[in-house]
Design a protein around this ligand. Structure first.
Ligand SMILES: CC(C)(COP(=O)(O)OP(=O)(O)OC[C@H]1O[C@@H](n2cnc3c(N)ncnc32)[C@H](O)[C@@H]1OP(=O)(O)O)[C@@H](O)C(=O)NCCC(=O)NCCS
Length: 474
């Protein structure tokens, strides 16, 4: 009961803080939680005992509290709706979408530090928020930026591993190969081999995750320049923040593109724990595989066309539409016909639908707002805007699509294309870099909280039929 009393006191306090300021309760509450510690690891170190206590209490006193029943639908339906994972950084509400530590995307845009006045959030800010649950100050974000730059040197053998692949290999294959090669320097693996005590697991995991996050932009940019720019590599610029540096290393220095990259990484960082890439990372890390092994596995899931690869597929599909009609200025009837043609050939309309969401993805909405501000007359943006209105009623008519609304991938491609990043096969790599910001913090917490090996029960088809027959006859 003491536990519930303290939870209820906490929510009353949050509510009071919110009422006093007129701002959203969660944002005001997080702001009151801000500390002045500029070292992220020390900040985390202070938080860990409190979180460990909370999890210990749940395990000891509330272990048998039910969170819902497992149904046959769940077993043969990809575990939809089955609550089975603890994920600290974010949660997706079917109606309103993602919240990072309780904060919506517009709230993050208001509260997180920016590079320019009124600009988009710096990705370092979302990393700090996801890991600590606290809104960082500009000073803290700058210090984290500096820390990431100091960790960013990629060992030469990672580039050599990529070079061993044909240039024609898909960018995600090259990127995941580079990440796998980084594993050679895993601090966790070394510490585990030398017999580190399990209560200390989180520390080398922290080192691995921060090194991984710091190094993936250089690996990802190498892949881009190798495939599309004759291998002419652009080194990191020590004066730039994380998002700007990635854009710079790719070869894009337009200030608007730097802003878009900061926003892109922020909104693609995390999407609770059950999506394929995040869940894969958590699962693969559960037998104490190090963060590099876990993240490389996550990237391989992200490379699937129903998950991260959909942003590539969206631009490919849009280009095919434009090529089909010979112009991006296509009327409603023509677009409807083309959508039906796609569906009748047994394909999905990429960029629409979601496993959890039941409304337009707020990650789509914020990219749309960015486009309305910066490229309102771009022909491909105007086409994407038309699709937002035309596709959902057609998908609804199919009678089986649970969410006909646009998702995050419906928009990112046309924005990248506008700023000159036109090679759609590369798009999922950008998603992969961003996903390290969500996966890394959770892997650190997994080890800090002593999360066990993941091992759900499976059932054979015969056993499932037997159980159903019994249920039917009773
Ligand atoms: C995201 C996605 C995989 C979610 O799948 P899901 O949870 O199984 O979605 P639903 O329960 O709504 O699917 C029910 C049916 O509608 C279909 N459907 C869902 N979205 C569709 C779309 N965009 N176009 C055509 N059909 C779609 C499914 O393929 C499924 O058909 P089936 O029963 O014949 O296999 C699915 O919406 C999709 O394939 N979207 C396009 C790819 C995409 O944009 N992925 C990025 C997601 S962020």
């Amino acid at each position: 009961m003491a536990f519930f009393r303290s939870v209820s006191a906490l929510s009353k306090l949050r509510s009071r803080v919110g009422q006093q300021t007129g701002l959203s309760n969660s944002v005001r509450w997080l702001q009151t939680q801000t500390s002045h510690n500029t070292d992220l690891k020390s900040e985390l170190q202070e938080l860990i005992p409190e979180y460990q206590e909370r999890v210990k209490k749940l395990k000891k006193d509330y272990g048998k509290v039910e969170l819902g029943n497992t149904t046959v639908d769940m077993v043969i339906g990809g575990m939809r709706g089955m609550t089975a994972l603890l994920w600290l950084g974010s949660a997706v509400d079917p109606e309103e979408g993602i919240r990072f530590r309780g904060m919506s995307i517009p709230e993050c845009q208001k509260a997180l530090p920016t590079a320019i006045p009124g600009g988009e959030p710096l990705p370092e800010g979302i990393l700090w928020l996801l890991l600590t649950g606290k809104i960082p100050s500009k000073e803290q974000v700058d210090s984290l930026s500096q820390e990431l730059r100091s960790r960013a040197t990629v060992p030469g053998f990672a580039y050599k591993a990529i070079d061993a692949l044909p240039v024609s290999a898909h960018p995600m294959t090259q990127f995941a190969t580079g990440v796998m090669a980084l594993q050679v320097e895993s601090e966790f693996q070394k510490a585990h081999q030398s017999g580190i005590h399990k209560t200390k697991y989180w520390e080398p995991t922290y080192e691995d995750c921060m090194n991984l996050i710091a190094r993936v932009p250089a690996v990802a940019a190498y892949v881009y320049r190798r495939i599309y720019k004759d291998g002419k590599i652009i080194p990191m610029d020590d004066s730039l923040d994380y998002g700007a540096n990635y854009s710079h290393m790719l070869g894009f220095d337009d200030p608007q593109m730097l802003e878009f990259m900061r926003l892109y990484i922020t909104i693609h960082s995390d999407h609770e724990g059950g999506n394929v890439s995040s869940h894969t990372a958590h699962l693969v890390a559960s037998p104490l595989s190090d963060p590099y092994l876990a993240f490389a596995a996550a990237l391989n899931g992200l490379a699937g066309p129903l998950h991260g690869l959909a942003n590539q597929e969206v631009l490919r599909w849009i280009r095919a539409v434009v090529a089909h009609f010979g112009t991006p200025h296509i009327n409603e009837e023509q677009l409807k016909d083309y959508i039906l043609k796609t569906l009748n050939s047994g394909q999905v309309v990429p960029g629409f639908g979601h496993g959890v969401l039941r409304k337009t993805d707020p990650r789509y909405t914020c990219q749309r707002e960015f486009a309305l501000k910066h490229l309102p007359d771009d022909p491909l943006f105007l086409l994407v805007s038309k699709l937002k209105d035309i596709v959902p009623p057609i998908l609804t008519q199919l009678g089986k699509v649970k969410n006909p609304w646009p998702n995050v991938d419906a928009h990112s491609g046309v924005l990248l294309n506008y700023y000159g990043l036109t090679e759609e096969n590369y798009f999922t790599v950008l998603f992969g870099v961003s996903r390290s910001f969500g996966v890394g913090p959770q892997l650190i917490w997994d080890r800090a909280l002593g999360m066990p090996l993941e091992r759900p029960k499976s059932v054979t088809l015969e056993r499932l039929e037997e159980l159903c027959a019994k249920a039917g006859s009773s």
